[in-house]
Every structure is written in C-alpha cells, then in structure tokens.
Design a protein around this ligand. Structure first.
Ligand code: PEP
Ligand code: MG
Length: 325
C-alpha cells in the first residue's frame, strides 16, 4: 500500500505536448538529498563519490565508505533510481594525498577510471563498499567515469565481477546485479558508440568534460571560455549520435553535465530524444519550468535545424532564435 502511495506521489514533468521527462539530481554531499527530494527529483542521476576522498588525509576504508553509501541509499526515496559514480580522481578534482602523482597535464593524465584501474585496491574497496551498502535496494546503478574504450569498460566491469565473487565466497551481503553504465565524456567513444550501447546498461552524458575534450578547451580556464562552445556543431552531432545509439539499443540515456540545467540548451537536448536530465538540486525548479514550456515536436524540428549547421556562427544564430512558441 505504501508503495502504491509512493508511486502516486511520484512527481512528473511533461512537455507542452505531453512527453514525459524524468528529472534526477546530481548529488555531491548527502546533505543535498533533502533538497533534491523536496524539489521533486525522481531519483539520483549522479552521486559524485569524491568528497569523502577529498576531505580525508588518507583513503577512506571500506567500512567508512560503506556507512556513507548506506546513508545515501537510506535517504533516497524507495523505488527510485540511485546512480553511484566510481571515484573521479584527478583533473579538476585533485585528491590531496595523491600528490605522489606529478603530472604536467593532469586533465590528460592519470585521472578518473584510469586512476581506479591503476590503483586496483582503492577501486575494489570502493566497489565493495557501494555494493554492500546497496544490498536489498532496487534500481541501483554503478557508473564508470571517463571511459575511453570498450576494453577499459570491460576491465572495470571485470573488477566489479571479481568483487562480487569474493563477497559471495565470504558470505558478505551485497547487491549482485546493479545496472552498469558509463559516463560519456571523451569523444573517442563516439566511434564505437553502438557497441558500447550493446554492452552497457545506460549512458550518462557528462557534457562538462565532453565539451572540454571534444574541443580541447579547459572547462575552468576563462582565457579559453570562448572556445568552450556547448552548441559547437561537433558537440551537437556527437550528442545526437550518442542518444540515437542508446535509443536504437533500448538503453537509458541521460545528460548530467551543466548543459542539462541551462534553459538555452534544454530544447536541443529534448529535441534529439533525451528524456532524462540530471541536475544540481537547486536547478530543479528552473529545469521543470523550462521543460513545461517546451514543445517536443518544436524542439525536435529545432534540433534538426541545429544539426544541419556546420559552422559555429550559424549554430549560434539558430540557437538565438530558439525552438519558437
Ligand atoms: C561532466 O563532466 O559533465 C560531469 C557531470 O562530471 P563532472 O562535472 O563531475 O566532471
Ligand atoms: Mg566529468
């Protein structure tokens, strides 16, 4: 009965022409979950696990992490999706006690899934902690960041399988069948995007890094802010290709980068077929309003117009006119 009630209370956001859009929350700290629920997020589309790693002087133990992730699963609404991203160390998220790594070019260095695959024990510890905390939970999704190749995805998934086998042998209660997906952040995955869609359970497009790496422009450097162009034809066509592959293979695809909370870009994202946006909780009302003002059929025609452009200046002109009312 409780469950029926929960479902009834599930908020829903629709476009003007009644296309259902699911709005999820990006969470950095457990304390943000409260606001996400209050503002009617339909689940967690991105839980960034870095913060406990950023504030401690060493790496958090399996039990320390277990308690944090348990807090996450306990605080989320029953029956809603919870997406946990494995450690996204390095790049713009420098972990203090990784100062044994000296790099001239950290954005292109040993970061994210590369770090996890090199320091296997840290990766295993985290995966075990997440899956232990997720025991008995539904709709748990494990997500690997900065995947650059199918090989890398399969290697990460293999580590997860080993952790599960080990916990089975030890009799440790855990979630043995999470959905496993990837962040789309590197342009290299475009070439094999159909194969990725066959092998993964979901995609989440991290436009912050996707734009940075697609255009070779540092996401945090004001000097190249003019080169960081979310509506660049290569970015537009890349996103359209990713969404088409996901839809073609029947897997879930969402956008969790900052483009997802920008009313200027939401019509394009909906127009190419995105039906799930994941944003920082404070942006939920703004995104709900933007979706409700958008007609999917107009957004779709508008996305086609944008995708037809080959020049940045022409794309900018189309962007300026918007999808129309
Ligand atoms: C992204 O790259 O768009 C993303 C959501 O991840 P982060 O901002 O944590 O790098
Ligand atoms: Mg990223």
């Amino acid at each position: 009965e409780d469950r029926a009630k929960n479902r009834e209370m599930q908020p829903a956001t629709y476009t003007l022409d009644n296309r259902r859009i699911r709005l999820l929350a990006n969470i950095n700290l457990l304390s943000e979950i409260h606001l996400a629920r209050e503002l009617k997020a339909e689940g967690i589309g991105l839980y960034r696990t870095e913060f406990p790693f950023l504030i401690r002087s060493g790496f958090p133990s399996e039990d320390e992490q277990y308690l944090i992730y348990k807090g996450l699963f306990d605080k989320t609404e029953p029956g809603t999706v919870t997406t946990v991203r494995t450690l996204d160390a390095g790049g713009d998220k420098v972990i203090k006690h990784t100062d044994f790594i000296q790099e001239a070019n950290p954005a292109l260095g040993l970061r994210s899934i590369r770090f996890s695959l090199k320091y296997r024990q840290i990766f295993r510890t985290q995966i075990r902690a997440v899956l232990r905390a997720a025991h008995g939970k539904e709709k748990v999704r494990l997500m690997f960041p900065l995947i650059s190749s199918i090989d890398e995805f399969l290697e990460a998934k293999q580590v997860m399988a080993e952790c599960i086998r080990q916990m089975e042998q030890e009799g440790v209660p855990h979630k043995s069948d999470p959905e496993v997906g990837i962040m789309i952040e590197l342009p290299s995955v475009l070439a094999t995007i159909d194969e990725f869609a066959q092998l993964t359970d979901f995609f989440s497009i991290g436009t912050n890094d996707f734009i940075q790496y697609m255009l070779g422009a540092d996401r945090g450097n004001k000097l190249v802010a003019d080169h960081y162009i979310p509506y660049h034809p290569a970015v537009n066509r890349g996103i359209a290709k990713i969404v088409a592959a996901a839809i073609g293979h029947g897997i879930d695809v969402s956008v969790c980068g900052e483009m997802a909370h920008d009313p200027e870009h939401i019509p394009f994202l909906l127009g190419v077929g995105i039906t799930t946006l994941s944003v920082a909780p404070k942006f939920l009302p703004r995104v709900q309003a933007a979706v409700m003002e958008t007609s999917f059929s107009r957004a779709s025609a508008y996305a086609h117009r944008l995708l037809a452009q080959t020049r940045v200046k022409d794309a900018a002109a189309v962007l300026k006119t918007g999808p129309g009312k």
